[in-house]
Design a protein around this ligand. Sequence first.
Ligand code: NAD
Length: 487
Amino acid sequence: MTLDSPRADFADPGLHARGLFIGGDWLPGGGIPVTNPSTAGVLAEVPDASVEDAMRAVDAAEAAAAGWRATPPRQRAEILRRWFGLMTDHAEDLARLISLENGKALPDARGEVAYAAEFFRWYAEEAVRIPGEFRHAPSGAHHILVDHDPIGIAVLITPWNFPAAMATRKIGPALAAGCTVILKPASETPLTAYAMARLGAEAGVPPGVVNVLTTTQPGPVVSAMLADPRVRKLSFTGSTGVGRTLLAEAAKTVVSCSMELGGNAPFLVFDDADLGAALDGAMIAKMRNAGEACTAANRFYVQAGIHDAFVAGLTARMAALVVGAGTDPATQVGPMITTKAVTKIDRLVSQAVARGARVTTGGAPLPGSGYFYPPTVIENVPEDAEIAHEEIFGPVAPVYRFETEEQAIRLANSTEYGLAAYVYSGDLSRALRVGKGIETGMVAINRGLMSDPAAPFGGAKQSGLGREGGVTGILEFMEPKYFAVNF
Ligand code: NAD
């Protein structure tokens, strides 16, 4: 096997640290160590792109733009379908790579690869169904024709918590729409992005259509790209704070923005819920990726009649989870991404405890060289504790008691975030009524998982702008063009 074959030990981190991927070439370099959060050891080093490198990537995306836009949708679709196939063929190696650089347990990493690849299959199917409209003007005097053009060069920025899926959720619709892209993955987890770029090239993505660069100066590098009039789209997934900064930056050149930002998901359990099902759902909603998910249940509101049984059941299940290195086959809960993340979780839990909350399991960082925090349940949490208002992004379940439906809705909405919510109730009318009252872009009813490439994912309030996935996701990368027609 040569180094250029994706089948040569594809899970080897060193293989994916070959350079910036610009215009189909690998531009070697170093400067960003990639750490294994399970051990704190360095896995590999990737290049640290400068503003000049970023401009080279814009040049490459521009050079490829006309050709890709003119490529028939069927052909674009077939390339995406092949990329799906290659990700599926390499699923186990990709899962291992994700687990190494992100720390997530292998079952979570395998789940992510399957979910991530599915965006390529879904958008291969959508590429050939780009919609248009033909209408009669109300006056009857002329016609209205609406076409959709690729919006132009797109800058895609992704976080570290789903290194594969957050990239495919953007690349899939962008390529299906006919756009060329520059992906800037989080520097904590760049290897997965580079690995996928290799598979994309093998699938037949032409040089320059997908460019990938890593940098320790995301501010100046991204600002320079947004200031370039050739860039017409910013699709960002990350924290609300950085999202706000980028919206202001994009305003200077009026770049179209899609924003998938932070969450503070409420998980409501009513007295009439099936307790076992609610606990199953709670474990998924809280513990997928060890709680490092924007949709992670951040606040458990449980009605008084079922509260104590729910806390007891959740405590038993959380206490039974096996914590360990992500790649250890026995592990169910991997480490946090950084030591900083552990410190933040510890601070939120300690503050809640100081204000009267009670820990029923877990409650303090684990010793060792990796960044471990144990599955934790805290009850009797005051409504105004900081943990109720900040994203925990870790394996901590704070439980709050409520009495009435109105109170539950008020508590659920008492946040600037509006990404996701969960409702457990045996009465579907109540669950839907409550779901209508909650100000979020997504509501899961009697389910602990809502992510689905076929569904519109996104947030209300300060959790974002626009939607990814589903039939509308492709429109985020298209500019509608209206023709006023007489004939
Ligand atoms: P982050 O905002 O710190 O970083 C996200 C990305 O932005 C990274 O690639 C980072 O390098 C880049 N970045 C940071 N500062 C920048 C700047 N000034 N200019 C340009 N780019 C910059 O977020 P994170 O810690 O990587 O990820 C966790 C956050 O992402 C959480 O808030 C989580 O809720 C959110 N998230 C949201 C979704 C969603 O779909 N809504 C999905 C996953 C994660």
